[in-house]
Design a protein around this ligand. Structure first.
Ligand SMILES: *[C@@H]1O[C@H](CO)[C@@H](O)[C@H](O)[C@H]1NC(C)=O
Length: 400
């Protein structure tokens, strides 16, 4: 290689490096703006069900009128698009009457048989479903998820799914306070309009939905008098957003912020720009603590697969610790809890491990699966079991 060639290839390498650094810096700059950030955190523009009409749930594999599309209004006037999903055995018993009804979006849900079957059955149970980032209530593994949720008692367990503001057909733009308002509005609808008492409701969330689920469970637990649900089930939860982005890799490969971890001042400076922090670690501890103080019975299950590439299962171990710590008046360190786990954690071989922490009032359960990725796990029988365990604990006659 001649000197000129050397100089020009060096120049070329330098220019590419400068361009890469410039691009990275631009990306970081964009990330500090709240609009771009909300697109990255919520991915609400990534619909995944493009060109498919959510008002025709049959497209996604449901039976005719098994799903009733309708909307729920929030106190700040957003319209949330929702689905009431009938469990299969209840559908079978009412098949003729259901198929005879009109199809499509319903403006007065009280006029529909599906709603009456929920409202008028004193034994009906309801799952309030809070989905993860991106997509709509019809995308990905959410449909098999609805089946798993009601599989334990397919004559009784209804599912209420919805899209947060800014997602799918719902109005508005997402934000932490907005999504919490949405989750509260849907829960209030279930209690006040459908008339289902909280003891017959399980709050379910996956990924980003776990943060909304805990926010709702916490919100109701700290009211006076408190409202306690039959249980809260979290699949693939995370400690908080700053902890996720610190280790987040785009497509599981490209690190976003972790290269900067070597520069703590810059790193923390950038983390300071995160608008919606979703501090589940704090909310979960406060949820547990207030239930212990109020002597309310509560149940919480966290499920996480070891091969989850988006949110490592370590997040569940940390949250389990925060929750358990909330139940111990003097607190417990992470390492102390690890020692207790070594004594009483149940090994299930290839199915993973289970650790249950019981107090006089509550049950906090951690299930670490070997397999299930970030989303596939939603359709697994562990989800069915978690739901049944909570409903049975809230009312032992349910599982007989
Ligand atoms: C654990 O609980 C104790 C006692 O309530 C509290 O002082 C401590 O801050 C908690 N630790 C964490 C990490 O939240």
């Amino acid at each position: 290689m001649g000197t000129d060639e050397f100089v020009s290839s060096f120049k070329y390498a330098f220019i590419s490096l400068a361009a890469a650094v410039g691009l990275y810096a631009t990306l970081l700059g964009l990330l500090t703006t709240s609009t771009f950030q909300s697109h990255v955190v919520y991915l609400h523009a990534v619909q995944l069900t493009w060109f498919k009409d959510l008002n025709v749930p049959e497209i996604f594999g449901f039976l005719k009128n098994q799903v009733t599309p309708f909307s729920i209004k929030t106190p700040d006037d957003e319209q949330l698009y929702a689905w009431q999903v009938l469990p299969i055995e209840l559908y079978r018993k009412n098949e003729l009457a259901l198929t005879a009804e009109p199809t499509g979006f319903v403006s007065d849900i009280a006029s529909r048989l599906s709603f009456q079957l929920l409202r008028d059955d004193p034994e009906a149970r309801l799952i309030i479903h809070m989905h993860g980032a991106a997509g709509t209530l019809a995308s990905g593994y959410r449909v098999p998820n609805y089946r798993a949720l009601s599989a334990g008692h397919p004559g009784k367990i209804h599912v209420l799914a919805f899209d947060y503001r800014g997602f799918g057909r719902s109005t508005g733009l997402p934000s932490e306070s907005g999504l919490i308002q949405d989750a509260l509005a849907v829960t209030n609808w279930a209690i006040n309009v459908a008339g289902i008492p909280s003891s017959r409701i399980v709050i379910f969330g996956q990924s980003m939905g776990t943060a909304a689920s805990i926010a709702v469970s916490h919100h109701f637990a700290v009211q006076s008098p408190p409202t306690i649900f039959a249980g809260t089930v979290l699949v693939a939860p995370f400690v908080n957003v700053p902890t996720v982005v610190s280790s987040y890799r785009v497509a599981g490969i490209l690190p976003v912020l972790s290269p900067l971890a070597r520069f703590p001042a810059l790193f923390n400076y950038l983390l300071g720009f995160i608008r919606d922090k979703w501090a589940t670690n704090e909310r979960i501890a406060q949820f547990v603590r207030s239930n212990e103080i109020n002597e309310e019975k509560y149940r919480l299950t966290m499920i996480h697969a070891e091969d989850d590439r988006y949110i490592p299962s370590h997040h569940t171990q940390l949250l389990f610790w925060h929750a358990v710590n909330g139940s111990v008046p003097v607190g417990i360190t992470y390492d102390e809890l690890e020692e207790r786990k070594a004594e009483s954690q149940v090994g299930l071989g290839a199915a993973g491990t289970v650790m249950e922490w019981r107090t006089d009032y509550g049950v906090i359960r951690e299930e670490i699966l070997k397999n299930g990725l970030h989303e596939v796990v939603m359709g697994y029988p562990v989800v069915t079991m978690a739901v049944m365990r909570h409903f049975e604990a809230a009312d032992p006659s349910f599982a007989r």
